[in-house]
Design a protein around this ligand. Structure first.
Ligand SMILES: Cc1ncc(COP(=O)(O)O)c(C=O)c1O
Length: 431
């Protein structure tokens, strides 16, 4: 019987991550100090592990994955299967072949583990006692808590308040992993108190959660911050997704025509796409479309400006050149909190600026309706964020049908939706 699932044996788990920095069509504009105030580059040294910062600026193309991290990757089920969406193809009656990578099968429910495990491992190796991280959708928070449990480190998570209340189950799950989960803004930090004085009903934002995380990391020598997205070292860790996918497509002798994934700040899409972008830049892939799927609530790569900006309102990190809607912009509240970011990662922004990647922005309702179709055909309940990728994959498959082309469409199911039902219910109403 024909199997639509493409597995990779454990001994095929990649031994290296891919770093796109040496292959970018132009050098990445350096992180910049603002005109006033303390050196942000020096602050970075106090916030993150030494290893993360070395990787952040590394010019090595291939970064060896530590044995301990590979061991844990295998423990959490890597290599992950690539599925062909045969039932969805039949439903759409399309000649396209749709493949999806199953990052939703991670124990904490999303791709975020790929970077949280190595980052917490570096913290453990460097002798820190505690890790602290901001989280919005909660996927970063759970993954950091999981990794901290694996290395017996203490863990504090500042969770955007409105998102934390919407995701009560995920918050409890994260506490069960032994993390201290604090709704942000909180009374536990000076900056949190300030936000609450200004607005006692403050719904929180990634900005408040970053600010509280930084305050705790800067004031405690035994504590280090863990970073959820955007930075080069985080993206590099996630390339394990695309490296595996490339091997899986090679097994079935297929080459992608479209590689797409949802994008918030921008580590999920790069995780899948950068290994393919390498091949494209090396001239090994011809006519291929790289597509980032954003929310219309935060269409940074479409409506943003490519310029230097701060990453978060507390302005603790250096200025980065990226597509930004403006760090102070108030973004509309949506359920897919993980896509709600005011700016995009520097490398992804550069690739967008060079015309190598496309971007679209979708409304939440159309994305979540697509997730319903995916559940009813493929049987997989995707995370709210991943629903956007599903919708884009369906649209690409329908386009292939109109053009009568057997296109190969590859996308990443970045997370599962078991803890996301409240968001689905609020939008879809009839479930
Ligand atoms: C399930 C899921 N998918 C995608 C994203 C977006 O990831 P990124 O910010 O790396 O683009 C997130 C972010 O939290 C997420 O939780």
């Amino acid at each position: 019987m024909k199997n639509n699932h493409i597995f990779l044996p454990v001994d095929e788990l990649p031994k290296h991550w891919y770093n796109i920095l040496p292959d970018l069509p132009k050098p990445l504009p350096p992180y910049k100090e603002p005109e006033k105030g303390v050196s942000r580059v020096e602050l970075m040294k106090k916030l993150f592990t030494k290893t993360s910062l070395e990787l952040e600026f590394s010019k090595e193309r291939w970064i060896s994955i530590p044995d301990k991290v590979r061991e844990l990757y295998i423990h959490i089920g890597r290599p992950r299967p690539l599925y062909r969406a045969k039932r969805l193809e039949e439903f759409l009656n399309t000649p396209a072949r749709i493949y999806y990578k199953r990052e939703d099968l991670a124990p904490t429910g999303s791709f975020k583990m790929n970077s949280m495990i190595p980052q917490v491992y570096y913290a453990y190796k460097e002798g820190f006692k505690r890790v602290v991280a901001p989280t919005g959708a909660g996927q970063v928070g759970s993954a950091v808590a999981f990794a901290a449990a694996m290395f017996s480190l203490d863990c504090t998570i500042f969770w955007v308040r409105h998102a934390c209340r919407m995701k009560r189950e995920r918050a409890s799950y994260t506490r069960m992993l032994n993390a201290k989960v604090i709704e942000s803004p909180s009374e536990t930090t000076k900056i949190g108190k300030k936000y609450l004085e200004e607005n006692p009903e403050h719904p929180g934002s990634l900005g408040t959660a970053y600010a509280e995380t930084f305050e705790v990391a800067l004031n405690n020598d035994d504590t280090v911050a863990i970073w959820g997205s955007r930075m080069n070292h985080v993206i590099m860790h996630h390339t394990i997704i695309g490296l595996e996918t490339k091997k899986q497509l090679e097994i079935i002798d297929k080459s992608p025509d479209v590689v797409l994934s949802c994008g918030g700040t921008g580590s999920n899409f790069p995780g899948l796409a950068y290994p393919f972008i390498k091949d494209y830049l090396d001239g090994k892939l011809g006519n291929i479309k790289f597509l980032v799927v954003q929310t219309s609530a935060a269409p940074t790569l479409i409506k943003g400006e490519y310029r230097y900006d701060f990453v978060e309102p507390s302005r603790t990190l250096p200025l980065m050149k990226m597509y930004t809607l403006g760090v102070e912009t108030k973004l509309p509240l949506i359920r897919a909190e993980g896509l709600r970011s005011s700016s995009s990662s520097p490398t992804l922004s550069l690739l967008r600026h060079e015309g190598i990647i496309d971007a679209i922005a979708l409304d939440e309702k159309e994305a979540l309706e697509a997730a319903k179709i995916f559940l009813q055909t493929e049987g997989v309940l995707v995370a709210l964020e991943s629903a956007y990728a599903v919708k884009a994959a369906i649209d690409e498959a329908l386009k292939a049908k109109r053009e009568n082309k057997e296109k190969v469409i590859v996308f990443n199911v970045s997370g599962n939706g078991f803890f996301d039902m409240e968001g689905y219910r609020e939008v879809l109403k009839d479930i």
